[in-house]
Design a protein around this ligand. Structure first.
Ligand code: COA
Ligand code: AMP
Length: 634
């Protein structure tokens, strides 16, 4: 069947399409129907089925004769180790961990926060929760204690599973003090914490609260898989919204299983037994879907890579891992290739490795710029497949369905809508736009299986954030267009979310932190263009009257404040003091105009601007830190 046939088969009978896809999952009780629209516009999938995620990702492969196949390869250039775990070992390890969690009172529906680096134990912790029907929430290691505390207060976990440390090039990240700090800041307190002690650092355990990963499994009974309802939340993953309060995206169990399983062959073109590698982090949605669940559900070997594209030890790391472990499909963020390209523009490192095992390269997480795509294609001779999705959807909205049919690649486009997604470009009034016209990208409801049904404890926020602007549609928050062949082009965000090295961050959250500085009266954070990371945050601060200290001192404090409150991942290093911020007459800060000035792009003077002269002051301030180089405001 061609892509057009498959898409058409979904359009003509979505129910039959998803019921057929559900046939590839092992159910404790098969669902009698796919879509549950009884609470529209909130939709759910496979609600009357009973199923367990861990069973489908681990146990069933052992029962089907894949027990000796490697499930997880931990390749860790930062520690100089490689470790392999077979499916049968994984089953045994996860069953013991789940048994130990159960013995300490963790049950179906309880939340468990996981704060771990890129080690197999992070996946084991996720799977152990899934085994019990407990709802995990993984927090990325690059977030600071405050961000962790915010998530603890929202998810209210019974337990937290953490590692003693993470390893970044050149430094050990001490997780334990961050965890202790977060628990101290949070109003909610977990019953207990499980600490995985790494060789590189043994953390102090708090008596009465902390248990060691190994110690607490001693003598427990392994746990069996607990079947849960199809709409039972498998996990909560927090992502940036427009304010400092992150959104808790809920992932429903059955839809997640069905959709991810469908994507492994149809999008990523891998069969059971093939090696699949997503070079991301378990703290992000890519890590959830394509380091942990997707490849394991489909019976692939997945790679947990603890390193960076460059510097661990060099720009040949990606090629080395692909060659050593016979990776068939590889997924990373464009920024990672930009980093490799910067260090090895001629692809000299690539020549050292035989990567003939690799068939396709996938990019997502941010806009894939044509230079990067062309460089990767030129150097590897492989198809470079851009695809577009979000934490909210959990899998690709648009992609090149390489396992069905490899469509022509149009550089700059993540190709076409996947079955399940009726993607529309809408104008401000919600009317469909013509091909080639730029508008808001929306998806006609219902969204397909595996996508978010709501936000954790925040149904109103869910409705307001996604369903209200265009009734009957899900608002993606991205703007773009479609061409005459149905290829999508994703151009920009329509909100205050920025994308730094493939990491989604909220400028609003950063503004809240800057505003808490005693000398800051007012502030604005924008995302400026960066050659390596795509975007970088840049803060403007206006000082409280009477403050008379060196500006450098204040901006350095601002940088430190964001690092301490949000974390190093925010990569907030640019701050500048200005007298005033440009605003509309109604008081709205003109962030988009400031972005254009910083990026030296031409812009139209906003008709509603209160005082155009402020833009000159902004340009001068930006020049002092190396931005707004080429043009002054019109
Ligand atoms: N724990 C603690 N700190 C972390 C961390 C983690 N898990 N991940 C990143 N950080 C820190 C880094 O050490 C760095 O700190 P620094 O300011 O002290 O140098 C900061 O957060 C920014 O990290 P990063 O974005 O990784 O930037 P970098 O300059 O170290 O590396 C790239 C640049 C392009 C190599 C890197 O961003 C990269 O590999 N990107 C790929 C992105 C990706 O996989 N995205 C996932 C979505 S698909
Ligand atoms: P996240 O939820 O962190 O995965 O970020 C999702 C956002 O990243 C999307 O809404 C887009 O703004 C951006 N994004 C992800 N993939 C792409 C892509 N292939 N092209 C352009 N933007 C992308």
């Amino acid at each position: 069947m061609s892509y057009a046939d498959v898409y058409q088969s979904w359009t003509s009978d979505p129910e039959a399409f998803w019921m057929e896809a559900a046939g590839a999952i092992d159910w404790a009780r098969p669902p009698s129907r796919a879509l549950d629209d009884s609470n529209a516009p909130l939709y759910e999938w496979f609600t009357d089925g009973m199923v367990n995620t861990c069973y489908n990702a681990v146990d069933r492969h052992v029962e089907n004769g894949r027990g000796d196949q490697i499930a997880i390869i931990h390749d860790s250039p930062v520690t100089g180790t490689v470790r392999k775990i077979s499916y049968v070992e994984l089953r045994n390890r996860v069953a013991m961990l789940a048994g130990a969690l159960r013995a300490k009172g963790v049950e179906k529906g309880d939340r468990v926060i996981i704060y771990m680096p890129m080690i197999p134990e992070a996946l084991e912790a996720m799977l152990a929760c899934a085994r019990l029907g407990a709802i995990h929430s993984v927090v990325f290691g690059g977030f600071a204690a405050h961000e962790l505390a915010v998530r603890i207060d929202d998810a209210k976990p019974k337990a937290i599973i953490a590692a003693s440390c993470g390893i970044e090039p050149g430094r050990v990240v001490h997780y334990k003090p961050l965890l202790d700090g977060a628990i101290e800041q949070a109003h909610h307190k977990p019953d207990f914490c499980v600490i995985f002690q790494r060789e590189q650092e043994v953390a102090h355990l708090e008596e009465g609260r902390d248990v060691s990963w190994h110690g607490f499994q001693f003598g427990v009974e392994p746990a069996e898989c607990v079947p849960v309802e199809g709409n039972h939340p498998a996990y909560i993953l927090y992502t940036s919204g427009t304010t400092g309060a992150p959104k808790g995206v809920v992932r429903p169990t059955a839809g997640h299983l069905v959709a991810l399983n469908w994507t492994m062959k149809n999008i990523y073109d891998v069969d059971p037994g093939d090696v699949f590698w997503a070079a991301s982090d378990v703290g992000w949605v890519v890590g959830h879907s394509y380091i942990c669940y997707g490849p394991l559900i489909a019976g692939n070997t997945t790679i947990v890579f603890e390193g960076k594209p460059v510097g661990t030890p060099d720009a040949g790391t990606f090629w080395r891992v692909i060659s050593d472990h016979k990776v068939k499909s590889f997924f990373t963020a464009p920024t990672a290739f930009r980093a490799v390209k910067r260090e090895d523009p001629k692809g000299e490192y690539l020549k050292k490795y035989d990567i003939s095992c690799l068939k396709k390269i996938y990019l997502a997480g941010e806009r894939a710029d044509p230079d990067t795509i062309n460089w990767a294609k030129d150097k590897t001779g492989l198809p470079i497949i851009d695809h577009w999705w979000q934490t909210e959807t959990g899998w690709a909205i648009a992609a090149n369905p390489a396992g069905i049919e490899m469509l022509d690649i149009k550089v700059g486009s993540p190709s076409v809508a996947m079955p399940g997604y009726d993607v529309q470009i809408l104008d401000e009034a919600g009317h469909p736009m013509k091909p080639g016209e730029l508008g808001a990208i929306a998806v006609k409801l219902p969204l397909p299986p595996g996508t978010l049904p709501t936000l954790w404890n925040a149904e109103e926020r869910f409705r307001k954030s996604y369903l209200t602007t265009f009734p009957g549609y899900y608002e993606t928050g991205d703007a773009g267009m479609v061409d005459g062949d149905g290829y999508l082009y994703i151009m920009a965000r329509t909100d205050d979310v920025i994308n730094v090295a493939g990491h989604r961050l909220s400028t609003g959250a950063m503004e809240e932190v800057l505003a808490s500085h005693t000398d800051v009266a007012e502030c604005a954070v924008i995302g400026v263009t960066d050659e390596l990371k795509g975007q970088l945050p840049l803060g403007f601060v206006c000082l409280t009257k009477g403050v008379n200290r060196p500006y450098d001192e204040i901006t350095a404090e601002c940088v430190k404040l964001i690092r301490d409150q949000i974390g190093p991942v925010a990569a907030f290093k640019l701050a500048v003091v200005v007298d005033r911020l440009p605003k509309t007459r109604s008081g709205k800060i003109l962030r988009a105009t400031m972005v254009k000035i910083a990026d030296s792009e031409s812009f139209k003077m906003p008709a509603t601007i209160d005082d155009p002269e402020i833009l000159d002051e902004i340009a001068e301030a930006l020049k002092s830190i190396g931005y707004a180089r080429d043009k002054t405001p019109a």
